[in-house]
Design a protein around this ligand. Structure first.
Ligand SMILES: CC(C)(COP(=O)(O)OP(=O)(O)OC[C@H]1O[C@@H](n2cnc3c(N)ncnc32)[C@H](O)[C@@H]1OP(=O)(O)O)[C@@H](O)C(=O)NCCC(=O)NCCS
Length: 196
């Protein structure tokens, strides 16, 4: 772990304009290489892509933002069951620090989720990250749900484009206040909002 890394956990209202500008640059640099359009949502100083987080864990080093994860409490519908989750997203580590295990430090979100009484944390991840996420989940910390379809609204509505999207990403569940066997059995998840 780099010795000069400092972590902060904060609510969204605690962030100032400069913080958003710094995070926006971090996301453009971190998400840009993952796909042609993936840096686009972060143009213009925006520090979120779809839904906006309410809490963030941010790692800083002398070069600026080094790592980030965001969280938003929301109700999703799993099969027929409406379920409160802390959705995790906007997960990133600056490229020169990848593979060092910084994600483990982001688990400082965990006691906050416990304090908030959230039954589960939940996130969706692209399949290319299966090996990394599978390692993170070992020992029962989290579970990757196979074959789940996730229906989300798109952040913007355009006259000639669909308003929603259905994907089959890797869905990951972290049991917080309830055990994993209480996660509903449905294979369709409706966010009724945009992905975090
Ligand atoms: C995805 C991302 C955040 C992962 O960051 P990272 O620094 O590699 O994460 P970590 O080092 O904490 O890796 C987590 C685990 O995967 C392992 N790992 C890292 N790289 C790996 C690889 N290429 N293959 C398999 N396992 C790997 C790590 O060793 C660690 O396991 P450990 O518990 O044994 O230490 C980072 O690559 C990133 O920012 N990518 C661009 C943005 C992005 O795609 N975000 C996710 C959106 S869904």
């Amino acid at each position: 772990m780099p010795p000069d890394l400092k972590w902060k956990i904060c609510w969204e209202t605690e962030l100032q304009v400069d913080d958003h500008a710094q995070l926006s640059e971090f996301f453009r640099n971190t998400y840009g290489p993952t796909g042609e359009f993936n840096a686009k949502p972060f143009e213009g100083g925006r520090s979120w892509a779809g839904a906006r987080p309410e809490m963030r864990v941010i790692g800083y080093d002398p070069y600026g933002v080094a790592a980030h994860i965001g969280m938003l409490r929301r109700f999703i519908r799993v099969g027929e069951v409406d379920l409160l989750v802390g959705e995790l997203g906007l997960w990133g580590v600056r490229s020169n620090l990848e593979g060092l295990g910084l994600t483990h430090s982001m688990f400082m979100m965990y006691p906050e989720l416990q304090r908030l009484g959230v039954p589960f944390a939940f996130g969706t991840i692209r399949h290319a990250l299966y090996k990394r996420v599978d390692r993170l989940c070992r020992g029962g910390v989290g579970t990757i749900l196979p074959g789940v379809r996730v229906h989300s609204t798109l952040p913007e509505v355009y006259p000639d484009l669909p308003a929603t999207r259905i994907e089959e990403p890797l869905a990951v569940v972290f049991p917080i206040a309830r055990p994993i066997d209480q996660w509903p059995s449905g294979t369709t998840i409706v966010r009724n909002g945009p992905e975090l």
